[in-house]
Design a protein around this ligand. Sequence first.
Ligand SMILES: CC(C)(COP(=O)(O)OP(=O)(O)OC[C@H]1O[C@@H](n2cnc3c(N)ncnc32)[C@H](O)[C@@H]1OP(=O)(O)O)[C@@H](O)C(=O)NCCC(=O)NCCS
Length: 145
Amino acid sequence: MSESESASAADLVPIRALLEASGLPTSDLASARPEFAVIRERGQVVAAGALQRYGSSALLRSVVVTPARRRSGLGQIIVAELERLARASQITRLILLTETAAEFFTRQGYRVIERGAAPKDMQESAEFRSLCPTSATCMAKSLTD
Ligand SMILES: CC(C)(COP(=O)(O)OP(=O)(O)OC[C@H]1O[C@@H](n2cnc3c(N)ncnc32)[C@H](O)[C@@H]1OP(=O)(O)O)[C@@H](O)C(=O)NCCC(=O)NCCS
């Protein structure tokens, strides 16, 4: 059974490589400083995902599984861990933007919302303003249900 854990500073190098290889944004990682969770196998980071907090909501971002390990449940484990961390920090709603994984997130209980329904300060983030195209699907999940 794979277990996720908080990322260390050294994990940021392989995380960045995984994100770049999957076409996900990395240019704002240093400025936005999202908090990452990772899954390691034999010492290698094989899955990652992050939370970027805005008040009582958070942007769920940078969810990625190394291509050779996709469709084996790791994505689901990372999302569940990020939801657990969010609840532990009194975050009540998670919001994400995705171009390719709407079906995956629907299975995890996320529902499509209008981009304009996200908190205003989140809409000012680089992910919303420039890194994710306006064609990206915006989805949300309440953690209080
Ligand atoms: C999206 C991603 C993280 C999913 O990770 P994964 O480890 O392959 O997903 P899981 O194996 O945990 O899948 C969980 C469920 O979603 C389904 N699923 C996974 N990817 C899917 C896809 N692209 N389309 C439809 N269903 C999908 C699985 O079949 C599984 O369903 P089940 O529970 O009925 O068996 C992975 O494909 C990835 O890294 N994609 C590239 C990066 C990306 O687009 N990230 C999202 C941007 S935030």
